[in-house]
Design a protein around this ligand. Structure first.
Ligand code: HEC
Length: 141
């Protein structure tokens, strides 16, 4: 075997070995551009801290606070119209009676923090306390 042949055989083996080692590495890199990969590495969901402008400021400034009826129609209606999971129904004196007896402060505590199947803020995370209270008053008989 000539020296050149030996050398090229050796080089070929190295290439094959290298290719075998590289293949799994190459396939471990997810497809897509660097930007796409960076996007995928972002944490799921973004955190909106108190005081941050989380996209609500503009809407509120443009339209002013929502009326109790608007809040009810957009957020509370889903459960309080049909009484889902025992939610007291809009304007139903029998169902609201014992709850009203607790006082508005207690009702607002339940509204803000949630109670049993009732989610905190009735799912309107961007609602102010005033908007939520207006919605509660809208539902009371
Ligand atoms: C996912 C369903 C759901 C949504 C949406 C919802 N509620 Fe409720 N709500 C309930 C249920 C269920 C109860 C009864 C909870 C219990 O006492 O076990 C309840 C109870 C209440 C009570 C009575 C709490 C008490 O202490 O007696 C108030 C006040 C109330 N909801 C306000 C609201 C307001 C305001 C909204 C909209 C901003 C809203 N809810 C949206 C399910 C919901």
């Amino acid at each position: 075997m000539s020296a050149v042949k030996k050398l090229s055989t050796a080089f070929f083996s190295i290439t094959v070995v290298a290719a075998l080692f590289m293949a799994p590495l190459a396939s471990a890199v997810p497809p897509g551009t660097a930007d796409e990969i960076r996007d995928r590495m972002q944490p799921v969901g973004s955190l909106c801290r108190a005081g941050d402008d989380c996209g609500t400021t503009v809407a509120v400034a443009a339209s002013g606070p929502m009326s109790g009826e608007d809040v009810y129609n957009q957020y509370c209606f889903a459960c309080h119209a049909a009484g889902v999971s025992g939610a007291p129904m809009l304007g139903n004196a029998e169902q609201w009676g014992p709850r009203v007896d607790k006082g508005m402060e207690a009702l607002m505590q339940s509204t803000l923090n949630g109670i049993n199947a009732m989610p905190a803020k009735g799912t309107c995370a961007s609602c102010s306390d005033e908007e939520l209270q207006a919605a509660v008053e809208h539902m009371l008989p």
